[in-house]
Design a protein around this ligand. Sequence first.
Ligand code: PEP
Ligand code: MN
Length: 305
Amino acid sequence: MDDRDSLTLPRIGAHRVRESWQERFADTPDVLKSSEYQQTIVPVLGLEIGGDDFVTMAGPCSVETEHQLLATAHHVRRGGARILRGGAFKPRSSPYAFQGHGLEGLKMLAKARQETGLAIVTEVMSEDDVPLVAEYADILQIGSRSMENFTLLEKAARSGRPILLKRGMMATVADLLRSAQVVLDNGNPNVILCERGIRTFDNAMRNTFDVAAIALLKLISHLPVIADPSHACGHRELVPALARIGVAAGADGLLVEVHPNPEKAWSDGEQSLDFAEFDEMMSMLEPYIALRGMVLGARPMEAVG
Ligand code: PEP
Ligand code: MN
C-alpha cells in the first residue's frame, strides 16, 4: 500500500482523468487524479484542507498594526474563518507603495495565532526569506507575481510547510499545474492551488475570475483548490457573489481580504470587506457550503467556515 492511500478520500464521481486531459497535461502527471489517488488532504493545525471541511482564510491584505491585525483575527475567527491571512512581505505594483513590515509583521501574525488559535498563511517573496517565513507561518503563500519563480518554489517546497500557490495573472492552467509539479518534485505533497483572477481584455474589474478553472482543477487534479474572490474582482461589493460562485464551482475554501476600516487600508482597501460585510458574506455562503457537502459526500457536511 502506498502512503498516499491513507489520504484518499472517497468521492462521488471518483474517476480516472480522461485520456484527453491526461494528454493535455502530460508534463504534470503527479498533480492529476488517478484511479488510486483522488484527493490530497493538506493538514494544517488540525484542519484538513481538501477534506470535508470548507476552510475560510481571511484577514487583511497587509499586516499594518498589531491592533488592526488582532481585531481582524478575533472577528474573522468568530465569523467562522480558521486561517488568518496577512502579508508581511508585500509584492506591490508600485515600488513606492508600502512593502510590508517584514519580520515585525511575522511576529504580529504569530501573536494573532497565539491569541486566536487561527493558523497563519502569509506570502514569501524571496528565497532568502523562506527559512524566516517558514518559522512563523503555517502555510507559505506564493504570490501571483512569483508563481513561475522556480528557485523560490524549490526552496519553499523544501521548507516542508504547505504551499498556497496562487495562479499567475498571465498564467494558464497548465502553467499553474507545472509550478505545482515543481513543488511535488521537491518532496512536498502539500500544495493548495488558488484561483485569484487573470488578466483578460476586460478592464471593468481588476481581473477576470476564472471559475471554469476552479471546476477544471477539481475535475482533473487531486490538489485542494481555494478561490480568492477579493483579488479576482478588486471591488468589495462583488466579493460575496464571487465567493458563492467559487463554492458552487467546487472550491475547497476561500481566501478573502477583511479590514477593520477598508477606507484606511494601506493596501487593497477597495476590495477588502469590513467586519459587517464579512459576517454577511459568511451567512450567505452557508447554504452553498451545505450543498457542496451533499455533492461531495451525499451527506450534509459540517461547515468549518
Ligand atoms: C495577496 O494575497 O495579497 C496578493 C498580493 O495576492 P496576488 O499574489 O494574488 O496578487
Ligand atoms: Mn491584497
